[in-house]
Design a protein around this ligand. Structure first.
Ligand code: VGL
Ligand code: ZN
Length: 203
């Protein structure tokens, strides 16, 4: 199985959203075009409870994008985003959803953040995504979505670690921080992943 893994394509990560990724909306037509080229399409959804400790609003005297420590890990403090059950947490309206066979939610533990679609940042808990993909006889995982330097990157790293052949579709991602995305792509290559373009898949 060749699987397209769509990371956090949610309203709060699009322009106008609570944690807008620059040009985040630009990937959606591309992602819709890519979907029919895969055996299976799976999505992740950032899904935080209101008192999530990755929110700056839950740390007195801290501003957004400052850092702190959560359970011994460095943590960027984000604006409140992807609150469970709110429109900001919904998958983007423009994203074609009928091919998405499963949605894995993450970020539900208020004590720790969860960038990867496979595990929280402390690896305290699995989402079940790796076992689900193995159950589907998945060999290759192709990633697209938001943000390229956070949740796409950490999901790609875990996909490699779980033994999947891993491809990051560069032009079907947008980062919060371009320099962070450059470092992320280098690290994926170093760990045996590949960086490709959507034109490599679309004929
Ligand atoms: C994300 C920051 C906080 C992401 C999620 O989807 O990349 N980034 N929560
Ligand atoms: Zn989040």
């Amino acid at each position: 199985m060749r699987v397209l893994l769509l990371i956090d394509i949610q309203h709060d990560f699009l322009p106008g959203g609570a944690l807008a990724v620059p040009e985040g909306d630009r990937i959606i037509p591309l992602v819709n075009q890519l979907q029919p080229h895969f055996d299976l399409v799976v999505a992740t959804q950032d899904w935080h409870p209101p008192h999530h400790k990755s929110f700056a609003s839950n740390h007195e005297g801290k501003n957004v994008f400052e850092t702190t420590e959560l359970l011994g890990l460095e943590q960027v403090l984000w604006p409140d985003h992807c609150l469970q059950g709110t429109p900001g947490a919904d998958l983007a309206t423009e994203l074609e959803a009928h091919r998405i066979e499963a949605i894995f939610r993450k970020g539900t533990n208020p004590e720790i953040d969860s960038y990867s679609g496979f595990y929280d940042n402390g690896r305290l808990k699995s989402t079940g995504l790796a076992d689900y993909l193995r159950g589907k006889q998945t060999k290759q995982v192709y990633l697209a979505g938001l943000a390229g330097d956070y949740c796409v990157y950490f999901s790609a790293k875990d996909a490699l670690h779980e033994g999947f052949e891993t491809f990051l579709i560069e032009d079907a991602c947008r980062p919060i921080n371009p320099e962070g995305f450059e470092a992320a792509k280098q690290d994926i290559l170093t760990n045996g992943g590949r960086i490709i373009q959507s034109s490599d898949l679309l004929q």
